[in-house]
Design a protein. Structure first.
Length: 643
């Protein structure tokens, strides 16, 4: 159990939390919510011992193991899977010791390392690390790539995988869905549901919180209140609590007025002095219930476009991808997936795209990681010219484009007004101030340097700069990263009122559900309309991933060329195959145990080292065979489960 007793926390001169008294029990999955700046991340830092409370204390179980996601990832030469595996420090050290001992043929040290791995349950560690990478969008062919070759967004995923790999009793996740696509969010949700420890998670994704959390901790006005249930349940409970508080306040105010009127009328009369004094005492004892202070609702909006043509943009039989000259610079999307290359070296990601936008269209793009969603958006924008086919755009089309790296492109050292002045040099400053006020940059905030802005404030400014241009087409690629729940609700409302066309890529299912009327699926090099809702897409994704697991390039390369990939079998045949694999695994485990027992016998090393060397090589061979068989068994098992 985690207990906060009279806990208070400051950041500089600002009091973040005070008088916090609550307990979190083992096994709870707690969503930590509240507006940006209310102290959520500081609370995590206090739990990890990185900051000291200003008053009171936090009581944690003795020897509690805490895991969290690192904020930075150094540019390491280590393979991605080794970086993730190092999250389990003890297992990683034992594997390294085993490898070093085998290299120098120290079979006694090999036996010790094996015993250590047995104790730690470390023989399936590489498989667990691989599953984490796969779930977060890394295909098998990328598991051996050095960490230094991954870009920022993918390194965030590596840090998350490493945290999930770390053995823990308490897992702290601060905005884990940022930089994840929808399919990775769905996978993470399922993984966390199986996590046996205590989970504290900060997230602005209400659908994700609803899917994961059993309790909700709300930070507001320096207080922390614990609610039972997910985020939607918390909203209902809090609304009822505020309603009852307002009723109690109004009732108390009426009683105060009545008592005060009696006191004012009779306190000077000797015959009523005793009654007046009694009412004065009663007035002093009233609870002092606070009035409900309504939080200022955040409202933003996109101005009506100057012109609104009906047919805005169309892609006709387009091959979308990257020219050879820029193929190595096109960012996160192509990193985890190998695509087709033309003779000139161009990278083709999407084939035969027929896609059009008309006024009023609201399209959500769905698809697995690296399938080409961002490539399609960039082709619509025009930053990626088609490799074949044509892009036809109306002359009056004005695009508002929010890319995954738009926030990072804001100019350091400049203010919001400086950014607007770059777009419209002749516009009066007061008009800028009026506009920025509507985007919650009131007064002098419009003149502040953005270097001190939070991620959410920068994202809001980036959206405001898009709105200033009065676009008739919005192409938004993950616009909600860093936005809090209030801003996401405001964005959903603004997009619902936008009269132009919208193409949206987002992992926020709540936003997609509120904004989008139709869905298009980007998968397997194709773009096609998806006739279904988000739940049906999640079911399709599970089936698609199950098929992909058995058909990676690495798997195909490992098969004899004369042997074609086997067709998909019915469940009965798959289960028979599963049983056969289990029997082979049992035999291999027995053989491994026999060799390990022989290697652990001190008498072996007292006579002749040649037998020990032979047994060591035999053990390495059996281990490789067992690992390959386990991977095959796991793929087949997951395919059956998904089916």
């Amino acid at each position: 159990m985690i207990s906060f007793r009279n806990f208070a926390l400051r950041r500089g001169e600002r009091l973040l939390l005070s008088d916090v008294d609550l307990a979190l029990h083992a096994g709870w999955r707690v969503g930590v919510v509240g507006r940006n700046g209310c102290g959520k991340s500081s609370l995590f830092a206090a739990l990890m011992g990185q900051v000291e409370p200003d008053r009171g204390d936090i009581e944690l179980p003795q020897k509690v193991r805490i895991a969290s996601v690192a904020q930075e990832t150094p540019s390491l030469p280590d393979a991605a899977i080794d970086f993730v595996l190092s999250g389990d420090a003890a297992v990683h050290a034992a594997i390294r010791a085993e490898s070093e001992a085998m290299a120098r043929e120290d079979w006694e040290a090999v036996a010790e390392a094996h015993h250590r791995l047995e104790e730690l349950g470390g023989y399936d560690a590489s498989a667990r690390a691989g599953r984490l990478l796969h779930g977060l969008g890394f295909p098998p062919e990328t598991h051996g790539k050095p960490v230094s070759e991954f870009s920022g967004g993918w390194r965030v995923r590596l840090n998350l995988a490493r945290a999930l790999m770390t053995p823990s009793d308490l897992l702290l996740l601060d905005e884990p869905t940022n930089h994840l696509d929808l399919d990775a969010v769905l996978w993470l949700e399922q993984w966390l549901l199986k996590y046996p420890g205590t989970l504290l998670i900060i997230s602005h994704d209400r659908e994700f919180l609803d899917g994961v959390s059993t309790h909700t901790l709300h930070l507001h006005d320096g207080r922390a209140k614990l609610y039972v249930g997910d985020y939607t349940s918390f909203e209902r409970q809090r609304a009822e609590h505020l309603r009852q508080q307002q009723i109690a306040f109004e009732k108390e105010q009426a009683e105060r007025a009545h008592l005060q009127a009696f006191i004012d009328r009779f306190k000077a009369k000797a015959s009523k002095a005793r009654q007046a004094q009694s009412r004065i005492k009663r007035l002093a004892k009233l609870a002092g219930t606070e009035a409900v202070r309504a939080e200022r609702a955040l409202h933003i909006g996109f101005q009506a476009p100057a012109k609104m043509p009906f047919s805005l943009i169309r892609l006709n039989d387009v091959e979308a991808g990257y020219r050879a000259a820029i193929a190595d610079e096109h960012g996160d999307e192509a990193l985890p997936v190998e695509h087709e290359h033309t003779e000139r070296g161009d990278v083709v990601i999407l084939h035969g795209v027929r896609f059009g936008l008309e006024a009023g269209d609201r399209i959500g793009l769905l698809g697995p990681n690296g399938a080409g969603k961002s490539t399609l958006v960039k082709t619509l924008v025009g930053t990626l010219p088609p490799l074949a086919g044509e892009r036809v755009a109306h002359g009056d089309m004005v695009i508002g484009y929010f890319a995954q790296h738009t926030v990072e492109s804001l100019r350091a050292g400049a203010s919001p007004i400086d950014h607007l002045r770059e777009l419209s040099p002749d516009t009066p400053t007061q008009e800028f101030r009026n506009f920025l006020g509507r985007w919650n940059f009131p007064g002098d905030r419009a003149f502040e340097c953005i270097d001190g802005f939070s991620g959410g404030e920068r994202a809001r400014l980036a959206l405001a700069l898009i709105a200033w241009r009065r676009p008739n087409v919005l192409l938004l690629d993950e616009p909600t990263n860093h936005l809090d729940l209030d801003m996401r609700e405001a964005l959903a409302e603004a997009l619902s009122d936008f009269p132009g066309a919208i193409v949206l890529v987002s992992h926020d299912r709540h936003l997609i559900g509120l904004v989008c009327d139709t869905f298009w699926r980007v998968a397997d090099g194709r773009v096609e309309e998806f006739d279904g809702d988000l739940d049906e897409y999640a079911a399709w994704l599970r089936a698609h991933n199950a098929e992909q697991r058995g058909g990676s390039k690495a798997d195909k390369a490992a098969r004899p060329k004369a042997q074609p990939a086997p067709p998909r079998r019915e469940d009965g045949a798959q289960r028979r195959k599963l049983k056969q694999l289990e029997e082979k695994l049992a035999a291999l485990q027995a053989a491994c145990a026999e060799v390990e027992a022989r290697l652990a016998d001190p008498a072996l090393y007292a006579v002749d080292s040649s037998e020990a060397a032979q047994l060591g090589r035999r053990q390495a061979e059996l281990t490789r065979e067992r690992d390959a068989l386990e991977a095959e068994w796991l793929a087949l098992y997951e395919a059956l489960e998904a089916g």
